[in-house]
Design a protein around this ligand. Structure first.
Ligand SMILES: CC(C)(COP(=O)(O)OP(=O)(O)OC[C@H]1O[C@@H](n2cnc3c(N)ncnc32)[C@H](O)[C@@H]1OP(=O)(O)O)[C@@H](O)C(=O)NCCC(=O)NCCS
Length: 213
């Protein structure tokens, strides 16, 4: 049995906890987060206060560390911080997730219950693949992407670096969604979506570019 630290005690932190408990590989699971951000209490679990000077010392006490913040920028920043300390981020995969032996899930990902990742799919570093997500054959998901529950991606679709795919969205085969894109809840993406945009609807259309936000 191992000791796991979950870095982030918000909604994604608790989702990751749920997966980690189901894995039955950890006899101690603790959290690390900023108190002033008003993180929740998580009954039965210790949440250490994130104090810059003490982080290295604390992280080294654990066999594994997973960064569990839904915000893609923050998750990237913390994973890079781990790497600068020579700590490999853990990969947390719920035992009910169905992952092809010919798919690749990179370090620092959390894959939740009932997710399916099919043959030849590639998931980059630090991604969140949420409950019931379907990532079909040959899809490419770049680093630090957040895919919300019940998203379905058909074969050969590509999702760019640090993109967010809202709950229940559908992405048809072969389309490319750019970098730093937000796809709204329930969208149906049937064509390519440019970088740095927010796209919503059925079919998905660009609502705005992020520089306008
Ligand atoms: C797309 C999204 C990010 C836009 O948020 P926003 O920038 O605050 O946009 P607004 O709420 O101001 O809406 C702007 C317009 O887009 C429309 N819109 C917003 N989200 C939409 C969606 N998902 N589908 C269709 N239209 C949407 C609004 O109705 C509004 O239209 P109007 O100008 O005609 O009134 C947000 O609505 C969304 O869908 N987020 C995903 C949340 C999610 O999946 N959470 C899961 C967590 S696990």
């Amino acid at each position: 049995m191992k000791k796991l630290l979950i870095w982030g005690a918000g909604d994604q932190g608790t989702a990751t906890l749920n997966c980690a408990i189901a894995m039955n590989e950890y006899d101690q699971i603790d959290f690390l987060d900023f108190k002033e951000k008003g993180h929740r209490e998580i009954s039965g679990f210790t949440i250490y206060e994130e104090v810059e000077e003490d982080i290295h010392h604390l992280l080294k006490k654990y066999d594994e560390v997973i960064v569990a913040t839904g915000d893609n920028d923050l998750r990237e920043k913390k994973i890079l911080q781990l790497k600068s300390m020579n700590i490999q981020p853990a990969t947390i995969i719920h035992p009910t997730a169905a992952i092809s032996p010919y798919a690749k899930v990179s370090k620092g990902c959390t894959v939740s219950a009932a997710a399916s990742i099919n043959i030849n799919a590639q998931i980059g570093i630090g991604c969140i693949v949420n409950t019931g997500v379907i990532i079909e054959h040959d899809c490419i998901v770049r680093d630090f992407v957040n895919i919300c529950p019940a998203v379905a991606m058909a074969g050969h679709a590509v999702i760019g670096y640090k993109t967010f795919i809202g709950i229940g969205s559908t992405v048809i085969d072969g389309v490319t969604i750019g970098e730093n894109v937000t796809i709204g809840a329930g969208a149906v993406v049937i064509g390519n979506i440019p970088d740095n945009t927010v796209a919503v609807g059925v079919p998905a259309k660009v609502l705005k570019t992020k520089t306008e936000m």
